[in-house]
Write a protein that binds this ligand. Sequence first.
Ligand code: ZN
Length: 389
Amino acid sequence: MMDDLFARSATCRQLSVILHQSSIPKDYFRSKLTIGLLKVVVTVAFILVLLLTGASHRLHDWISGLNANYYLQLTGYLLAFLMGYSLVLLGLDFYGDVILERRYNLSNQTIAGWFVRSVKAWALSAALAVLSFNLLYALFRLLPDWWWIAASIGWFVLLVLMSKITPAVIVPLFYKLRPLTDRDLADRLMALAHRCGVRITRVFEIRLSKETKKANAAVIGLGSERRIVIGDTLLDLCSHDEIEAVFAHELGHVALRHSWKLLGVAAASSVAGFYILHLFYGRLATAVGFEGASDIAAVPLLMLWIMILDLISKPFQAALSRHFEKQADLFILDKVEKPEPLASALNKLAGRNLADPEPSRLVELLFYTHPPIAKRIAYLRQASRLQAG
Ligand SMILES: [Zn+2]
């Protein structure tokens, strides 16, 4: 869930490049995809085991014996659930984050560093889950017929709050952030922002190199808390012209209000999702032997529903994101002298990118939040030729 919030607040996660490496074999992308699919399978299996063996009932009974308060029981159940879930996924997480990244020479992270980061991420997502589930279950109990409307409003408020605190509170928990030290470059980028009509007070440098060789630039946050950050790894790899073009792409996201639009879409889809839960979840919970929607032992069933709804919505989210990325790419055309620096930055990154530059069409449609790099370069070149002609 935390990943999701974080991902939604950062509209551009993926000018992700890998330094000091000329090309990544297809095997890497295949392994990443396999790990992602395996995680879904393991998650479903974990939930089904809890539900079908009666383990969820026994866990709930045990926690009920410790304390009579409903919300403390819910909190205890959630923490136990999330702890068990992380332990079940630990092997796959370690393989994906550490072993695979090291095998392809993409990581600068120590195992201790990975562990600390994982514990921090776990604590943060557990805190968020406890908060949002306590609110949700209070609504189940207080407004049995109308909870889905209140939950949609609550979810929207939570997303806005999370987006607002992400740059100043959450990102610094994981990365060091400081104003760009290269004054020439900073002046140039501020002037560019001014030309694009985007009001920013500073450009930030984010220290990614402690963990990874991959590079990244992104817009994080909303409104006055919004920050445009450039990874130190990207600063090392690209020329000033190229960084300016990448930055213009990020400004495009801001000028075209992509964060707000994504938030609007997330809000609309959460209304649909909560309404579907309202129609089916309580009835299904009762049908399979729980005491209705607010039965704590049925938490895994709710998690399963949320996961399925999320999986169904993913390809649509990805398509919208690809559309915005293309808009931001084309936004730069009349803002920098030529699109060539962005194309050359992308080209430079193509061989080293986190994402497969030419994935299969199906993989692109299902999972890619950015158009594949080969396509981005092709449409940039075509658009600039049209502009020149
Ligand atoms: Zn972008």
